[in-house]
Design a protein around this ligand. Sequence first.
Ligand SMILES: Cc1cc2nc3c(=O)[nH]c(=O)nc-3n(C[C@H](O)[C@H](O)[C@H](O)COP(=O)(O)OP(=O)(O)OC[C@H]3O[C@@H](n4cnc5c(N)ncnc54)[C@H](O)[C@@H]3O)c2cc1C
Length: 1020
Amino acid sequence: MAPADTGIDLERVERETQRIGRELFDRVRHESAAFFRSERWTGQLLEWSMRHRDTRVQLFRFVDVLPALSDPEDVVRHLREYFEGRPDPFGGLMKMGLGVAGMGRLGARAAAGTLRKGVEQVARSFIAGTNAQEVLKVVEAFHRQGLGFTVDVLGEATLSESEADAYQQRYLELLEALTDQAARWPPVEQVDAAPWGPLPRVNVSVKLSALYSQLDPIDPETSTRAVMARLVPIVRLAKARGAHIHIDMEDYRLKDLTFHIFQRLAEDDEFKDYRHLGIVLQAYLKDAERDARRLIEWARERGTPVTVRLVKGAYWDFETVHARLEGWPVPVYERKWESDAAFERITRLFLQHHDAVDLAIASHNIRSIAHGMAVAQELGLPPRTVEYQVLYGMAAPLRRALAEMGQRVRVYTPYGQLIPGMAYLVRRLLENTSQESFLRQGFAEGESPEVLLRNPEAIGREAAAAAGSGLAAAPGPGLADGGWGAEPELGLPPYRNEPHADFARAEARAAMAAAFARVREQLGRRHPLLIGDEEVETEEAIVSVNPSMPSEIVGYAARARAEHVERAVAAAAKAFPAWRDTPAEKRVEILRRAAQIMRERRFELAALISLENGKPWREADGDVTEAIDFIEYYSRQALRLSRPIRMADLAGEINHYFYEPRGVAAVIAPWNFPLAILTGMSAAALATGNAVILKPAEQTPVIAAELARIYREAGVPGGVVNYLPGYGEDAGAALVAHPGVHIIAFTGSQAVGLGILQEAAQLRPGQRHIKQVITEMGGKNAIIIDDDADLDEAVAGVVESAFGYAGQKCSANSRAIVLARIYDQFLERLVEAARSLIIGPAWEPATFVGPVIEEEAQRRILNYIEQGHNEGRPVLIHEPPEAARRLGGYYVPVAIFADVPPTAVLACEEIFGPVLSVIRARDFDEALHVANDIDYKLTGGIYSRSPARIQRARREFRVGNFYINRKITGSLVGRQPFGGLGLSGTGFQAGGPDYLKQFVETRVVTENTLRRGFADEAAV
Ligand SMILES: Cc1cc2nc3c(=O)[nH]c(=O)nc-3n(C[C@H](O)[C@H](O)[C@H](O)COP(=O)(O)OP(=O)(O)OC[C@H]3O[C@@H](n4cnc5c(N)ncnc54)[C@H](O)[C@@H]3O)c2cc1C
């Protein structure tokens, strides 16, 4: 490919850009008010939100929820909750709404009616209609005016295969209706032809996420197959009727997959020669230029050009926030001029290769557009080689001006129902009112053309010069340290979560697949006990099998008995004093080395977890990152605790309050987070100076053996960590009863936990201390679905929380408490979404629901499902597919029971499987009551868009971890310390600021510094 900008005189292009830009400004000047004051409601709303930055988000949230409210009193309640005491966006209406309590239903109805009409009007300025008939009229008018169009189908998020089928049907019907109609329109040269030939009149934009409910880049092949199955018939029809299909670009997670599917489609023999296919490139992505070059090369190889719509990108806020939350590199440029400059560079690149790519410049920025026109002119391209695209309802004067100048203009025209259209509408409102928006600066704030037409590269150069001279703005608080707060006094880098693997990236997928292969080669080894420095073989072994396919033996662990417990406690007791007296800094150094080893072997560890306990890829990866997090977080906490606290600073005496380890810690861990929880509990004990005996669950001894090895490799001395796999009833019981054990850190079932608490309370001969017991037990976790919830979010969140990792997390959702008004609607979508989940072996990347841990669990869950038929209405028993069953794994169906009474066994007992009870609640009070009226108090959540109810639930839904408008699983160390109240456990939450205190005891040393009447002032 020729080097960039070959044959382009950039100075001339700049001069022409300025000239064309000014011409465009001149042409739109007399209409500039129309950019923002299209009609009363929209204009007012946009202006108001630009004046009230702080309340802007409240306003858009209110607009978002409004269509979902059917009762006028609900509308008024929300109005009050969103705006009382705040600036009022709706003038008199607000007062009217707030006065409604006294005015009764009539007043509410009037206020709600006006508001709803207003918001509908706003929506209508960006959304062309609610059905195909309405949009047809709009696009026909466009054609008459010499404008092209592309129609976008707005709808709910596709959460199920039936919804994906419905989308496909809508696209097919739309194509038929549009092509029938368009064939009758008179020709309009300006949009019906390009220099290379006739152009389709009908142009439809498609989002791939609409066509497959399980679309996930973690398994590109499965996703590609499923999308193609629905996309190909659409494109086939389009080709038969001579229409253009354009694939929209969504968020970064789907970018590579979208390109992959597009290319697969366009390379297909059936479509290889079809020119009227298009894709989008987002210039705000740092990858964009590289992707553009690849696209050009690929298109040239294909032999027939494709269209590329060049945009800056619509998900800027999401991409930056999401990447920061995940700890991933931010994929978009973070300075506006960088996106603008990239847009121009890529414009030049595509136009230089116009033989391979038909370029469509989609922007409302006059500078970006003028630059495109200047480059086309510089390269001597025939008129109308480039297409200009704008969004419906935005920049109408600009599109008119472009058309008047003889350009080919296309309007992106969405249509659909209001509720599902809200996401689109809110994106447009945000875009129009964003501080960085060209439209806002140019047409609301009246910035001068000189400023608006400035070359982005020049802005960049100025910014760099200012940065050099120290004039550039410093990053805001929280950004410099990633929001975590620096901890210079600890001498360690600030704590932050270990980022999850991003399986949207091919490198991560390849690394995981390779790790599976490597780990599988090493399965079936023996894992002796580790007592002190000695590896101890036993005659009996615990056979660890792969729950996805039990014929695969993961390993043979030695089986500890009471006598081994005796030896291990002795070894730990012997090693304890030296470890206690090792400076905390040294202990932390060793532990952090263990974290580093985990980082280096993260994919092998994840693969081993997946094979030994049936976790799908992401879950297994999360297990490893959480283990690393525990070590890193507790390391910092331990350093803090190691500093004695000087109490009351008075002359004459010195009082030191300090923490000391307790002694020998028995760490009794569950199988469901076989690395994370075992590491968390043991790292807490080790960091604070205790010696540890690891007693992993008998189902997952091999990953535990790996942890013991990592600790030793990192430098934890012999005896300070001991590895004793065994069964709860012998090794576990012996450990709990042993008088030499000081701490029992247990995570597991309530029955075993309560038993441990009782046992540990017995004082045994030779025991001179009271055992400290930390228990994390079960949950029967509820999510309340309020009647104003965003169902796209609520259904997805419940599915993820209830069925992720086959419902085997203690935090899993097993009760959905749904308010009556939306009960049926929610249930229908939930059932279809759950029916679409992929059940299969955990090593397959597409698997969402893997097997359960063992045969006994499988039997127990099947019994509950059987019993559920007597207690509720079975609305879904989604059986594992035959292929999974043939593996002989411990698969169970995904089951949903509706109308379950809150007191039913199904709704009260912890099942630890993918079984969900859906409970109907009359109103919010009842929902809260049902949520709280249970023995367990571990996690809970709410999906609601009512600020007052969210606030109330925050206070009154009393669980250890409460989540608002998100899934209730996946807590992160240092961000969501985890643990329950009630019968869900004792002690402080894991991964939080107080957890380590349970592993230490406090002492106070007081020294009198007054001798013979004078004090030693220097003493500290
Ligand atoms: C016809 C059409 C089709 C479209 N299709 C898609 C699509 O399929 N996928 C998609 O993602 N978008 C799509 N868009 C949306 C488009 O991305 C936005 O409308 C566009 O980014 C606005 O850019 P602008 O040049 O009009 O405005 P400008 O005001 O010049 O640019 C605004 C854009 O700059 C970027 N930006 C803002 N702040 C910063 C910052 N601090 N640092 C770096 N960059 C910043 C953002 O992308 C923002 O949207 C489409 C737009 C049109 C007109």
